[in-house]
Design a protein. Structure first.
Length: 227
């Protein structure tokens, strides 16, 4: 069974400078897709840490029904951890945080223990956790709110898993972790978003590349608005 909300969570990864962020918001506002506060959708964007404050300001200024997420969080609390951004810092700006994206696992060697610690830190500070898994055998720590199934071969390749297969795999995960909400990520676009969210167990999507372009992002929101 599904929840009553559809999630669109845009992951900008390590893209956009300050001007790009401002331009993205200007264009998004002119597309006018976020003016109605329909209770059936939750639209989130995850900029880099240093653009969270600017994004928050632009959201408030333009009265957008758009939430913010961080792309990562420190496994430690505040203190002598050079370079880290703690959950207590993030909670002033973001409602959500991604944890365990396959790029973090691959390039930064983040393992299950470290990722559990990150989830713990995020939950202690009241952040909602979007936990990414590449398959249905990966352990999902306690406290995770949203699980994003993202097959590695589908990320940034233009090839998606089939909606039916994604739904079946998420069905297995849901048996193990019934309290989580489930979304799909990997080459999601405005053209395929509906085929995913119309599956029984899929409550939303995590687009990367398609979220960078405000027109493409708006088209995904419009596709959901018209459901
Ligand atoms: P993609 O990225 O939409 O560009 O495939 C998805 C992700 O990595 O979250």
């Amino acid at each position: 069974m599904k929840g009553n909300k559809i999630y669109i969570i845009g992951n900008w990864k390590s893209n956009k400078n300050r001007q790009d962020v401002e331009n993205w918001f200007t264009q998004l506002v002119s597309e006018n897709v976020l003016d109605n506060k329909l209770p059936n959708k939750e639209v989130v964007v995850c900029p880099s840490f240093i653009h969270l404050e600017l994004a928050k300001w632009l959201i408030e200024k333009n009265k957008l029904s758009l939430k913010l997420g961080a792309q990562d969080v420190s496994p430690f609390s505040t203190g002598a951890y050079t370079g880290e951004v703690s959950a207590s810092m993030l909670k002033n700006y973001a409602e959500y945080t991604l944890i365990g994206h396959s790029e973090r696992r691959k390039y930064f060697k983040e393992d299950d223990d470290m990722l559990s610690q990150k989830v713990q830190m995020a939950k202690d500070e009241g952040l909602k956790v979007i936990y990414c898994v590449p398959d249905d055998t990966t352990i999902v720590p306690n406290g995770v709110d949203i699980v994003a199934y993202e097959p590695i071969w589908a990320i940034g390749t233009g090839k998606t898993d089939s909606p039916q297969n994604a739904n079946a795999l998420i069905g297995h995960l849901k048996q193990k972790y019934p309290s989580c909400v489930y979304i799909y990520g990997g080459s999601v676009t405005a053209d395929n978003i509906v085929s995913f969210v119309s599956q029984d167990y899929i409550d939303g999507v995590l687009p990367g590349g398609a979220s960078l372009d405000p027109i493409k992002f708006s088209k995904m929101i419009s596709a959901i608005n018209s459901l």
